[in-house]
Design a protein around this ligand. Sequence first.
Ligand code: SF4
Length: 312
Amino acid sequence: MTNSFPPETVFPACRLCPRGCGVDRRQTSGFCRAGDRTRVYTFGPHHGEEPPFSGQHGSGTIFFSHCNMRCLYCQNYPWSQQCKGRTLSDEELVCVLEELYRRRCHNWNMVTPTPWLPHIVEAVDVMRRRNIRLPIIYNTSGYESTATLTAMHEWADIYLTDLRYADPRTAAEASQAPDYVHIAREALLEMWRRKGPLQTDADGIGVRGVVCRILVLPGRAGEAIDSLQWLERHVGTDIPVSLMAQYTPAWQARQRRGWDRPLTIEEYRPVTDAMSELGFTTGWMQDVATDTPAPLIGYNMEAAEPAALVAG
Ligand code: SF4
């Protein structure tokens, strides 16, 4: 398949995501601070994703360094915002995909892949030329450009996307993305138009489709309900929704009033009620952890060798 994101075209004026920086990433960097060579923090079988993705052997998760959001509560901040990780050549990225395949992972789960699409598409193409295929999960905050999504619609199999906010003021404060609500909703409509409901194989493993994650934020449960109502009106209730209660005040949220505490059961319950009342037919609801805080980094994941990738 032709690479829709050739490095020689993309990197001189990067507009891969809605930030539209237009910078030459060979010389400088834009909002995400990414250069023109792939950086990865760690990778391995991940057993904490939704069941159709983790399956028995784990989701083959690759945590890419850098991100086009700056969430003040980000659990992955050492690599998403502090940019820790190791620079990989295209050949090394192919080795990562090979390793995940060898470990019998059910998919290649690319976490925040957008800044690195030119190299990722190339590496997956090498695997496909060798007749090695796994479903590709595009695991994203939802802050994506519809032009980029359109260009890769034949390449990604599954979109695992967020609807993080319903109020632009919250998106501006928490992620420096005041246009997030509009952008993420448009992106989700495009994903849904291309892939539709989640399809699984005979073993219940996801092979194609869209799953929407909604992380319920402390003091902002109403925005999660707003997102559910928007989904019901504009997408329908057959989209699998993964309702998440795992918010933990990480990174700058520890010092930010209103963001410095976990979600409470009292806040979470109206959201689960709304999900049921609106008639969503598939999905998952996380329990609120009452006594154990959610693990912070790479939770429930076996890092693959070489673990040295974590060095940053
Ligand atoms: S991927 Fe990075 S450099 Fe490119 S447009 Fe987005 S934030 Fe800017």
